[in-house]
Design a protein around this ligand. Structure first.
Ligand SMILES: Cc1cc2nc3c(=O)[nH]c(=O)nc-3n(C[C@H](O)[C@H](O)[C@H](O)COP(=O)(O)O)c2cc1C
Length: 205
């Protein structure tokens, strides 16, 4: 499958049929996804993979009991065959940008960063993983579980990391309830691309 086709075909799926995912295969796929670009070659993104009993344990930590009771999505999501929790290590970025060749950036301290590249790196690696899953015939949902981030990170033994999101992986059972987000009237993709005319006083190349 080519990249354009994988991009166009990929959709979030939030109801799985319970098929398990081979841990060695998915761990390898995550490592492949980590070919994604990384600012200053910080390599600060981590992927924590959860299989077997770690999956219900994840839901117990990452969601609350009242949500699990009232959500019409919980059951389908809980049948994910594996979960990948994507995190990053912000301090790696401050350390790297404090090194000799990057010091002039002024980004040697975390609070100096106007754009937190650790989240950018995490997003790039996550997108790479979503495309690789699409190519392999698996479905996935990106889950923004930041509301319970600190408990989740402690449970993972990753207190020094920053949570980006979790990727729930499984086989589509075709009982997904369409997300209300998809009914929003958003600007067409082509209209979100704007070609900037060369200003008359731009320096000649
Ligand atoms: C950063 C980010 C966070 C998201 N968090 C959630 C989430 O918590 N729950 C959810 O159901 N979908 C989540 N989504 C999925 C979006 O709702 C979805 O990508 C969007 O509606 C477009 O649908 P599509 O990906 O199927 O094309 C998230 C997507 C992104 C990029």
């Amino acid at each position: 499958m080519d990249v354009a086709r994988a991009l166009a075909r990929r959709r979030m799926v939030r109801s799985f049929d319970g098929t398990l995912v081979d841990p060695d295969w998915l761990d390898g796929l995550c490592a492949t996804a980590l070919w994604a670009p990384t600012a200053g070659n910080c390599a600060g993104v981590r992927m924590h993979t959860l299989y077997g009993d770690a999956r219900p344990a994840f839901f117990a930590i990452a969601t609350d009991a009242s949500w699990r009771e009232r959500s019409s999505r919980y059951e389908g999501l809980s049948r994910a065959g594996a979960i990948v929790v994507v995190t990053s290590r912000p301090q790696d970025y401050a350390t790297r940008y404090g090194e000799d060749d990057k010091r002039a950036s002024g980004l040697g301290a975390l609070d100096a960063w106007p754009v937190p590249y650790w989240h950018g790196d995490a997003a790039m690696a996550t997108m790479a993983l979503l495309l690789l899953l699409e190519e392999s015939g698996w479905s996935a949902a990106l889950w923004g579980d930041f509301g319970r981030a600190s408990g989740l990170l402690t449970w993972l033994g990753a207190d020094d990391e920053s949570l980006f999101a979790s990727v729930l992986v499984g086989r589509d059972d075709h009982h997904d309830r369409r997300s209300a987000s998809l009914d929003r009237a958003v600007a067409p993709r082509r209209s979100r691309v704007s070609r900037v005319a060369t200003p008359p006083d731009a320096p000649a190349r």
